[in-house]
Every structure is written in structure tokens, then in C-alpha cells.
Write a protein that binds this ligand. Structure first.
Ligand code: SF4
Length: 1024
């Protein structure tokens, strides 16, 4: 409808354009005609080549009138790990995604998001001009990358048929083979490449023969098939079913250890779970003060789009101020945000020094939350009205040679009668009292104590966890911390004062900036600041994700367990378990010298892709026989891996490498076979928010367009699921075929197609708790769920299919926003204690040094695996510069094929601080050489303010050698390299191997085993 108001708006816009047009008349004409995007203008629409609207809403009746040529489907974007709920416009005739915007039901894309009960038509109306605030109240968006990555679907460099390498590994020459040949060869093996026999999957799936003779702890030979994934895009349950329960391999890992794993590990230490690594996020809208350390709200991280929206709102409409502590000034701090935001530069990789300085000041000035910290257990916390509790008051054994060193003192240690096993849950933790150690009870306990406790074996020295943390904080003066991190002492004190001036409405947040050589302790120290002010589970403090409606084991179907399933066993390939469990340790101990181990072990870490690369290359703890990459790219992502890749190219080191991927990236480039896979809007899956959403949320993804991969002889599209089902059936593995999926009554249903699995998952999501309503015919028609309606009916029972259709029509299942808070606390709370002292951490011995490590936050300079300081090997006098990595909101490691993004930012220059540039005679635009002990790269310098002294910052996502940046020959056709895709540099080329490791391996954090890319020692020179 055109009304007077619209006409006025249009006039104002034209006026503005007219003014702008004085200097840019040509550009304006092109924009108006749509030429800027290279399209031929159609001149049909007011704004050049804008698309015909997907629907309209009658302003009088509110009726939604769909455009019959376009579908508007709610599904999921996987342009990054945020996995937002989005709506895609599909050109039905051409099977083409036209545009991507947000799903108004989804908190990942909308705030406030609409009630789940709203019909699809109401959701359309909410976003139209007929909706609240002219549709702006429920405005729902995709980010710039989300709008661009749809191009990946039609990327001409997609792999659509199975490929087999021709010639040596890594030579980028391939032949297309049939799906049937692919399955036959990888299952049966043989002399596949004329290089000698390669064991096939059937032979490797041996559940009897040990993976390592004489070392039964590593489980069976089946473990020699190792699987590397990227992020769980909602399809990992399918993979894990095949890998663990059917094939019987225990070796599966994801990319976290070379992404943001150090932060998650440090958080996991405090949350008491090193494997799941829970983390909380600030309650952005209700907090009054937030410190973002090594992360920029709205720039990157997960969920960066939602965080960006909330921060913008909170600093405008609410009461939020924040400080970004980062070596580089980014767009989280800008002029329009005025006094609400500040930037504090810091030396890369030294955030622990900042956090410990703040802690020191907080201890010295008694700015910690006694009421929270003094509650020693759940009962006491409840009685005191607290939302959580910590182990700050628990006594810890601190006598170095005592067998319980680093552990918390328990009732059994002092001879108390307990109704269960020693050190089980029945064995109480002990706190101090005037009468000596007493079990945790229903009231507060002393925060600080150091002295002795009487045990059956005599007295033992103990301290409270908080006393130990205070000791660590007091180890250095604020001036010394200031020297280490480069932040003036008065700024450190100012940060601590401000942070402790808002009660519980303050928070610290971090993420990828912790990927340094001290990353684990830096992260543990930062998150501990939250615990010292007791902000967890409070509105305005920090909160965990609200959870989700899981798909895999629900009221309707069990997608996890099945008849004949096996239990995968054996120590994992990445050595993230105690070294003491190995035969190597026992043998060395018997010989009187248990330490050092032949390589590092990381008992306080999750699965470690970084260490897998080292394990693959060195064969420690054993050699793999088959490596599967699934949509993952460690060869691009792991700093320093360039030094190990040649080993992986040798088929004797890993005889079979299979990549399941829609593209030939740097990792699939060294594979033997590539299994084509679906992209984005062609795939199935379910995902939950990592954090930052306080209500339950499950985002559903379904093929809103027909996938492009070739079909097999049975007429099915080839992809990951087709491949796994076919190989499982050929090997006769349990869990696939006609009788594979039990329902609630124990009846078995088939698993012969991807639909058999995911659609039953949708039924689980729909039926959990109070089931969702049935999708109406209108819901199904408006969202084009009609496309999959026959599958829904074929797979599900009559009373299930319309409920599953609701999940797809609304793009998931979302708890209503009102459930976020219960009065002044989070509704979905983290109910375990915060660990001021983590006894698993404080009691283990580092495998390569044999030393104990602190069980609480501390500041430690970066170390290598043998415990020596990195600066002792690479002194600052020779390596005065520090290199750091950052991400923009646009590019990531796998989005480069979306060329629309390259039109915005074509490459990544080196960001050099003005002072550093002046010292080396570098001017803006000069070519410079950057050298680390791990590599050299040359690029253009951008000289700017807003970079910490002696720091060079490099954006991640460029400098590719795969994805089409290289020549690729398939059969007789060569896909020539596109220089646009190769543009820029990759910081990981500067990454380092650890020179102190006996078995070759990249430099990683000594506790979390995570990659190091923040704070690489370097030098810089102008070369032209
Ligand atoms: S943040 Fe952007 S790229 Fe990432 S999932 Fe959401 S819309 Fe897609």
C-alpha cells in the first residue's frame, strides 16, 4: 500500500541520494539499475534489481498473500558455527535460494522473538509493515556472511561425484568414480593406487586384535580408524552412530582445539567439566558493566550476530557500559557508542596477568562476594538465597609429597565414618572450623584458612581453595602484572574497581583470544573474576544456555541405541587422558623413571584435533590406518601444521584418507577419496545455541532445495549419510538397514535413507514434554514443507507427522521468551559448584615434566612441552614483535568461496601499529616480511592506530591453497586456480612446532592442548 507517510519517506530518501549523487553520480546510477552486482537490470522494481516480494500482507485484513513462484522456508544457516534460524526465499522453478534473512521464531536472529504458538501466517505478518512498529519489532536478520554463503550451493567448484586420487597424494589430480566403486574400494581395500595393499574398512573393523600389541589400554584395531569433524552441524549423531556404536572406533574429534578451545577449557576447569566444558555468557541486556577480553561483541564468536544486536540495544536503551581488552581496536568500540565503550590495548596472550592483577586488587580491597563464596554446598547456598555455590571454602591438601597433594580433603582422609566408598559422593568435603576440619554443612564456612588437619597418618598441611587463589594472585605485584600485560597499573585498578561496583550486574567474557601459549590459565583466571563476584545464574550477571529439545533420544524414537550395537573402548588417539593409565608409564615406573613420557598427555582436556595431527605424523601413541575428514580442514586451521603435512602425504604413515566434503579444501586435497556432500540448504540436522540464549532452543535444518550431488545406482543422492549407510550395510554392521531404530514400544524401524533418521529426530523434538501443535495445511503450504510432506507421512506414524511438520514449518522448536528469568534469576540454572580449586588439575602430574600444576587460576608465561619458557628459546631481543589473529564478521575459514564477500574485503593485509611501523620505517601500503620461528610471510602493511605496541594483527580466513585457490584436474578437465580465492595470507603459516618435543608436534598450550596463534614471537622488516 502507498500512503502519505511512505511517499514522504521516499522523497527524503531521494533527496539524500541526490546530495550523495553529486560526487558519485555514476555509482548511484549503477545502484539504481542494479549494475553494481553485475546483474542485467530488469527495471521492473523501484530499487533496481530487487526481487519481487515473497509475500505481501493486506493491511486491512491482515491476510498473507504468498508469491506463488517463491517459497519462504524457515531453516538453519551454517555459514558459521552460530547456526542461526533463518528464512530462505527459494525460487521454486529454478531450485535456487535467492535471499536469506532471519527466522522471527529464532532467538539467534531476533530479539524479542515471537511466541512459538504463532502461526506461520502470523509470523509473516509480524515482519511485514502490518506488524508491530512497522514490522521492526520482530525484525529478524541474517548477517552479511549469512546472506553471501548461499552462493556455496551453486559454487562451480563443488564436488558432485565421488573422486579418487590419481598420482601421488596431494597432487590435486583426481578421477571421478561411481559411488558403487567408492564403497567397494574403501570397504574391501586392496592395491588401490598401485602403491601396495591398503587395508579396507572391513579388515580394520577388528574388535578383537589390540590396536597396539602389548598395550591393551588402547582398545581394538577398530580404533585405528580415526574421524575428524569440524563442528557439530546437527549431523554428528549420525556419524557417531556409525563410528562408535556400529564400527566400534572410539576415535572422534572436532575442531575446537584449533578454534576457541583454550577458553572453553579454562571455563571447563571452573565449571568442573573438562570434557563438556560448560561456559556462561553475560546477560547482555541486563548487565551494567562487561569486560570483553580477547573477544569483540558482534565481531566474531558464537553467537556473534545475537550478541551484536543485544549489545547495540543495551548500550542505547539500557544501562550497559563495556570495555574491550584486546590487542587490536575493532568495531565493538566506536564513536557512536560514546562513553559506553572503551578499548584497552593489551599484549597478545597476557590476559591472565590482567585478570590476576584485578584479583589481587579485589583481595586487597575486600571486593569479593563473601555471601556467595562462603556457602560450601547446595544446601547452604539455598538457605542463603544464593543462586549457586563454589568450593572456595573447601580445604585442599598442600603438602607436596603427600599422596593426596592437590586433592580436596575428604571425610575419609581424617577417619570419619562414611556410608560409601572413600572419595565417592558419600565422602564429604571438609571446611575449616574452630574445632578443626568439619564436613560441609548447611551454613557458611570460613573463606581463608591455612594450617594442619589431623589424619590417620598424622598431620597434613591444608589451605582453603580461596587461600590458594589469593596466594596465586599475590605472587606478583600489580606493577609486575602491568609490565607483563602492558596495561598501566592505574587502568588495571580502574577495571577492578569498576567491575566490582555493580554488585552482580557485571561480567567478564572471552573466547578466541585465549589461543595463546598460556591460554588455559588465562581463560581460567578471566572466568574466575565472575565467580569472585558471584554473578552466575543472576539476571544481569552470567548465565548458561537454556538448553534445548534434543532430537536423538526422545519420547518417540531412540536414535542412539539399537540391537547389536557395540561399545567403543580404548584410550583416545589425542592423549587427553592421564598418562598414568598407559603401559608406557607402568613400564617406565617399574624401571624407576616414569617421567618424562615420550610425548605430552592432557588429562584435563577434551578430544584434541591439534594433538591428533601430531599423533598421525609421529605414530605416538600409535599409527592410524584410516583417517576420515568430515567437512573439516585442520591442514588450513592448525598453526604450524605446515611442518607436518608432508608426513601425512606419505601413504605409509596413514594408508587411507577419506574426505567427506562438498569442496576440495586444503585437507581434502591430501585425501585418497572424496565423498561429495550436501551444502547448507540441502541438508538435514538439528542444532542448539552454544550460549547467550536463556531459553530452550532447537534449530531444525531440512533440504529446502533439491541437493545437487550425483545419484547412485539406486537413484539416491550421494552424500555423507548415503555413504555411511552403504558401507555399514556392505560390512553387515548393526544399526543400519531394515530393523535399526526402536520406537517407544520397542518396534524396530528402518534406517535406509537420511530421512529415516532425521525425520524421526524431528518427531522427538516435537513430542518432548508438552508436544507441539499440529502443523496446519496453511503452515505447510506457506513454508513449502509440502516439499517433504510425503517423506514425513512415510516415515512417521499418523499422529506424529503433523507435529514433525510444525518443527520444519517453524524452523525448530523454541521456548517462549518469558521463560528466560524467574524473578531476578535465570530460569535454567547451572546447578553444580564453581571450582575455585580444581583438584583434577591441581593433583595431576604433567607427563613431560613430571611436575604438578596449579589447581586454580594463575598467570604463567608461555611454555613449551618440557616446561621451558618460550622466551628462553626465542628471546624478545631477537623476536620483539607479537603476532595475533582476529576474525571479522564476514570471512571465516570456509566462506571464501562466497565471492560476494570478496567484493567487500578482497584480502587481509597485515595490521601494523603506527609506532611499530615508524620504528621500522614502514609506511601504509609497503610490502613487509613477517618472520616467526615457524615461518615467513610477505604482505602489504596497513599502518594504523588501534594496534597494541609491537603487535601485528592478521585477519583469519584468507591465504587459501584449496577451495579453488589451486589448479585441480578431474579426469581430463582442469579447474584453473582463481587468484581471488588465494588472496591474502594465513597466520597459521607462521605457527610453530614445539622444539622441545621428542616426537614432532605443534606448539600447544600445556594444559588444554590447544593451538597457539595469539602471541607468536616475530620480527618485521620492510621489503618494498
Ligand atoms: S551468524 Fe551469520 S553466517 Fe553465522 S549462522 Fe548466523 S546468519 Fe549464518
Amino acid at each position: 500500500m502507498t500512503n502519505r507517510r511512505n511517499i514522504l519517506k521516499g522523497a527524503a530518501a531521494a533527496g539524500a541520494l541526490g546530495t550523495f549523487g553529486v560526487g558519485y553520480a555514476g555509482t548511484v546510477k549503477k545502484i539504481a539499475k542494479g549494475k553494481w552486482s553485475g546483474d542485467v537490470p530488469r527495471n521492473e522494481h523501484v530499487t533496481g534489481n530487487s526481487l519481487p516480494p515473497e509475500y505481501s500482507v493486506d493491511p486491512l485484513t491482515g491476510d498473507v498473500i504468498p508469491n506463488p513462484d517463491q517459497a519462504m522456508s524457515y531453516t538453519m544457516c551454517i555459514g558459521c558455527t552460530t547456526m542461526c534460524g533463518v528464512r530462505v526465499r527459494v525460487d521454486k522453478k529454478n531450485n535456487k535460494v535467492l535471499r536469506v534473512t532471519g527466522n522471527p521464531y529464532s532467538p539467534m536472529s531476533t530479539d524479542p522473538f515471537i511466541p512459538y504458538e504463532s502461526s506461520v501466517a502470523e509470523s509473516f505478518a509480524a515482519m511485514a509493515q502490518a506488524g508491530k512498529a512497522n514490522g521492526l519489532a520482530n525484525r529478524s536478520t541474517a548477517c552479511g556472511r549469512g546472506n553471501a554463503v548461499l552462493q556455496q550451493v551453486d559454487n562451480p567448484r563443488r564436488v558432485l561425484k565421488p573422486l579418487k586420487r590419481v598420482g601421488p597424494r596431494g597432487s590435486d589430480r583426481w578421477e571421478a568414480i561411481s559411488f558403487e566403486q567408492l564403497v567397494e574400494e574403501v570397504v574391501e581395500g586392496g592395491n588401490l593406487f598401485g602403491e601396495g595393499k591398503v587395508a579396507g574398512l572391513r579388515e580394520i573393523r577388528d574388535l578383537e586384535t589390540p590396536a597396539v600389541q602389548g598395550a591393551p589400554e588402547f582398545g581394538p584395531r577398530a580404533n585405528r580408524l580415526v574421524w575428524m569433524n569440524c563442528v557439530d552441524d546437527g549431523r554428528d549423531n549420525f556419524v557417531l552412530r556409525w563410528l562408535k556404536q556400529s564400527f566400534g572406533s572410539n576415535n572422534f574429534t572436532r575442531h575446537g582445539s584449533y578454534c576457541g578451545g583454550a577458553y572453553r577449557s579454562g571455563s571447563g576447569a571452573m565449571f568442573g567439566d573438562f570434557k563438556a566444558m560448560p561456559h556462561a555468557k553475560p546477560d547482555f541486556l541486563n548487565a551494567e558493566f562487561i569486560i570483553f577480553a580477547g573477544t569483540a561483541p558482534g565481531n566474531a564468536g558464537n553467537p556473534f550476530k545475537r550478541v551484536g544486536t543485544l549489545i547495540a540495544k543495551a548500550r542505547t536503551d539500557e544501562n550497559l557500559s563495556y570495555v574491550v581488552v584486546d590487542p587490536m581496536l575493532n568495531n565493538a568500540q566506536n564513536a557512536p557508542s560514546g562513553e559506553r565503550s572503551k578499548w584497552v590495548p593489551i599484549k597478545p596472550g597476557t590476559d591472565g596477568a590482567m585478570a590476576m592483577a584485578m584479583m589481587r586488587w579485589m583481595f586487597e580491597n575486600d571486593r569479593i562476594d563473601h555471601a556467595y563464596l562462603s556457602q560450601p554446598g547446595a544446601e547452604a547456598a539455598k538457605a542463603a538465597g544464593e543462586a549457586n555455590w563454589s568450593n572456595a571454602t573447601h580445604l585442599v591438601v598442600v603438602e607436596p609429597d603427600h599422596p593426596r597433594y592437590g586433592h580436596c580433603l575428604r571425610g575419609s582422609d581424617i577417619g570419619l565414618e562414611i556410608a560409601g566408598e572413600a572419595y565417592s559422593e558419600a565422602d564429604p568435603y571438609m571446611v575449616a572450623s574452630d574445632a578443626g576440619p568439619v564436613p560441609v554443612a548447611g551454613g557458611p564456612a570460613p573463606l581463608f584458612f591455612e594450617g594442619e588437619a589431623q589424619t590417620g597418618q598424622g598431620p597434613v598441611a591444608v589451605k582453603t581453595a580461596l587461600s590458594l587463589l589469593r596466594d596465586e594472585a599475590m605472587r606478583k605485584t600489580i606493577e609486575e602484572y602491568s609490565t607483563d600485560c602492558g596495561i598501566p597499573d592505574y587502568t588495571l585498578i580502574g577495571l577492578a574497581r569498576e567491575f566490582t561496583s555493580h554488585g552482580r550486574k557485571a561480567a567478564v567474557n572471552s573466547h578466541g583470544g585465549m589461543m595463546g601459549g598460556s591460554g588455559f590459565y588465562n581463560a581460567y583466571a578471566l572466568v574466575m573474576l565472575n565467580t569472585l563476584i558471584g554473578n552466575l545464574n543472576w539476571k544481569g550477571g552470567t548465565m548458561i544456555a537454556g538448553g534445548w529439545f534434543p532430537d536423538n533420544k526422545g519420547p518417540a524414537y531412540d536414535l542412539v541405541t539399537f540391537p547389536g550395537m557395540v561399545k567403543a573402548k580404548g584410550l583416545p588417539f589425542g592423549r587427553n587422558v592421564p598418562y598414568e593409565k598407559t603401559t608406557e608409564f607402568k613400564t617406565k615406573k617399574a624401571a624407576g623413571k616414569p617421567f618424562p613420557a615420550d610425548g605430552p598427555w592432557y588429562p584435563n582436556a577434551p578430544g584434541l584435533a591439534t594433538e591428533w595431527i601430531s599423533s598421525l605424523a609421529s605414530g605416538y601413541p600409535y599409527h592410524a590406518e584410516t583417517l576420515v575428514f568430515r567437512n573439516t580442514n585442520p591442514v588450513y586451521g592448525v598453526p604450524g601444521i605446515a611442518h607436518l603435512v608432508d608426513k601425512l602425504k606419505d601413504p605409509k604413515v596413514v594408508p587411507l584418507i577419506i574426505s567427506i566434503d562438498p569442496f576440495i579444501n586444503e585437507s581434502s586435497s591430501i585425501a585418497d577419496y572424496i565423498v561429495p556432500d550436501s551444502v547448507m540448504y540441502e541438508t538435514w540436522g538439528f542444532a542448539k545455541p552454544w550460549g547467550g540464549v536463556w531459553t530452550k532452543a532447537t534449530t531444525a535444518r531440512w533440504p529446502v532445495i533439491e541437493p545437487k550431488m550425483a545419484k547412485n545406482a539406486a537413484g539416491e543422492r550421494v552424500g555423507m549419510e548415503t555413504f555411511l549407510i552403504a558401507t555399514a550395510k556392505k560390512m553387515g554392521l548393526p544399526g543400519f538397514g531394515d530393523n535399526a531404530i526402536p520406537d517407544a514400544e520397542g518396534n524396530l524401524h528402518p534406517l535406509n535413507r537420511a530421512e529415516d533418521f532425521y525425520i524421526r529426530g524431528a518427531a522427538n523434538v516435537a513430542m518432548l514434554g508438552k508436544p507441539v501443535g499440529d502443523a496446519t495445511d496453511e503452515d505447510i503450504a506457506l513454508t513449502n514443507v509440502a516439499r517433504i510432506a510425503d517423506d514425513l507421512k512415510a516415515v512417521l506414524k499418523p499422529d506424529e507427522w503433523r507435529k514433525a511438520a510444525t518443527i520444519y514449518a517453524k524452523g525448530g522448536r523454541y521456548e517462549d521468551i518469558e521463560h528466560a528469568y524467574t524473578e531476578d534469576k535465570a530460569t535454567h540454572q547451572f546447578s553444580q559448584p564453581m571450582l575455585v580449586w580444581n583438584e583434577g588439575l591441581g593433583s595431576f602430574r604433567h607427563a613431560t615434566t613430571g611436575r604438578h600444576m596449579p589447581g586454580c587460576p594463575t598467570w604463567r608465561e608461555a611454555e613449551f612441552a618440557d616446561g621451558t619458557k618460550v622466551s628462553a628459546h626465542y628471546p624478545e631481543a631477537e623476536w620483539p614483535v607479537k603476532v595475533m589473529s582476529f576474525k571479522s564478521p564476514l570471512q571465516n575459514s570456509y566462506s571464501v568461496g562466497a565471492k560476494a564477500l570478496l567484493r567487500i574485503v578482497a584480502a587481509n593485509p597485515l595490521n601494523v601499529g603506527a609506532e611499530l611501523a615508524a620504528a621500522h620505517g614502514i609506511k601504509n601500503g609497503d610490502m613487509v616480511r613477517l618472520t616467526t620461528p615457524g615461518g615467513v610471510l610477505e604482505s602489504v602493511a596497513v599502518v594504523r592506530d588501534g594496534v597494541a605496541p609491537n603487535t601485528v594483527a592478521i585477519e583469519h580466513g584468507f591465504g587459501h591453497r584449496g577451495f579453488g585457490a589451486n589448479d585441480i584436474t578431474i579426469d581430463d578437465e582442469t579447474w584453473h586456480a582463481d587468484p581471488r580465492l588465494a588472496a591474502g595470507v594465513l597466520l597459521n603459516d607462521l605457527g610453530m612446532v614445539d622444539p622441545t618435543r621428542e616426537k614432532s608436534g605443534v606448539w600447544v598450550d600445556p594444559i588444554s592442548g590447544t593451538a597457539v596463534r595469539q602471541g607468536l614471537p616475530a620480527r618485521i622488516e620492510r621489503i618494498g
